[in-house]
Write a protein that binds this ligand. Structure first.
Ligand code: ADP
Ligand code: MG
Length: 325
């Protein structure tokens, strides 16, 4: 079982930032309104995620760290509305690190904790805890030294963690996020309203105030596929595409088709070496998109790629033309 979990971990948990992504998504699935992420040693020493979500009853803690135990699976695998659905993250992390899961539900009068140490699950113990969940991951990959060797510098792991938190935070403006390293707080994103105005404010928090002052609103629909968000004016660009954020049904994705469509939309107004800053949110019937391609769930396959590409290009061009650009 530990070996199976370690193999799964090889797929799901590539680096510390993958752990942060899984834990933050779990907190969001639990309805958290405040999420605190703390790391040390680029996440290899410590990753701690504290949320104020619904929590886990003490008797369900062992299930939460068991393989393929998820409280989120619906009958239809395509109808995935929560971020997690495989029940793989916690057992995978527990198989390669020292994991502690401490939780208390709103109605529970005490908290409880379970630990998994390199795949060995300990007994559930009562502990003092606030309502919500705290997950601590220490010594990531200590149980798989080969994987540990592939880690980059502390600095680049920390940068990847920051990127993950920013990506997720853009999709959840109403949730307060903080991120701190061993020496200082690097992100502090106050909760803002969950509407278009709030999204623009959250984008200012994440991408800098200058972005929100140089962004065009995107709002379009084609054959039931919705597209909203913001795209920068041609004079506000970056030297790389790292500041292009894309979401499908609220899930952060990295997708060649979306990146290509953005390039196409700006083709006539941007030099090849400049990249627009964008945050685009696609919403569509979950049956028309496959987010199940890879366990890390960053890739997507659209049923009708041409339609999505046309929608993005058309909507951005229309916004640019509307602004006289
Ligand atoms: P998945 O998210 O795919 O269901 P995970 O291994 O990430 O699988 O989590 C297993 C289960 O543990 C979840 O289905 C959920 O019931 C519970 N869980 C994990 N993290 C939290 C959290 N922060 N708050 C409440 N429940 C949680
Ligand atoms: Mg999960």
């Amino acid at each position: 079982e530990t070996v199976i979990n370690q193999i799964a971990a090889g797929e799901v948990i590539e680096r510390p930032a993958s752990v942060v992504k899984e834990l933050v998504e779990n907190a969001l699935d639990a309805g958290a309104s405040r999420i605190e992420v703390a790391t040390a040693g680029g996440g290899l020493g410590l990753i701690r995620v504290i949320d104020d979500g619904g929590g886990i009853p003490a008797d369900e803690l062992p299930l939460a760290v068991s393989r393929h135990c998820t409280s989120k699976l619906s009958d239809d695998i395509h109808d995935i509305r929560s971020l997690g659905f495989r029940g793989e993250a916690l057992p995978s992390i527990g198989s390669v690190a020292r994991l502690s899961l401490r939780s208390r539900t709103a109605t529970g009068d005490a908290g409880a904790e379970v630990t998994v140490d390199g795949g060995r699950t300990g007994p559930v113990k009562p502990v003092a805890a606030n309502p919500g969940t705290t997950v601590e991951v220490r010594d990531l990959f200590f149980a798989t030294p080969a994987r540990l060797k592939f880690m980059k510098s502390e600095r680049s792991e920390t940068a990847a963690i920051t990127d993950v938190v920013k990506r997720v935070a853009l999709a959840f403006p109403a949730v307060r996020f903080t991120l701190s390293g061993s020496d200082r707080t690097t992100l502090e994103l106050a909760a803002v309203p969950a509407d278009g105005e709030g999204l623009l404010r959250r984008m200012g928090q994440v991408l800098g105030q200058a972005f929100s002052e140089n962004a065009l609103a995107i709002d379009a629909e084609r054959e039931g596929i919705g597209l909203t968000g913001y795209a920068s004016i041609p004079s506000f660009t970056r030297g790389n595409a790292l500041h292009q954020f894309a979401y499908v049904n609220g899930r952060p994705v990295r997708d060649k088709l979306i990146a290509g469509a953005i390039r196409g939309a700006y083709m006539d107004v941007l030099p090849r070496d400049r990249h627009a800053v964008t945050a685009l949110f696609l919403s569509l019937d979950p049956a028309l998109v496959d987010v199940n391609v890879h366990p890390a769930k960053a890739d997507v396959r659209f049923r009708d790629p041409g339609l999505v590409r046309g929608l993005i290009i058309g909507a951005i061009r229309q916004a640019l033309e509307g602004a006289g650009m």
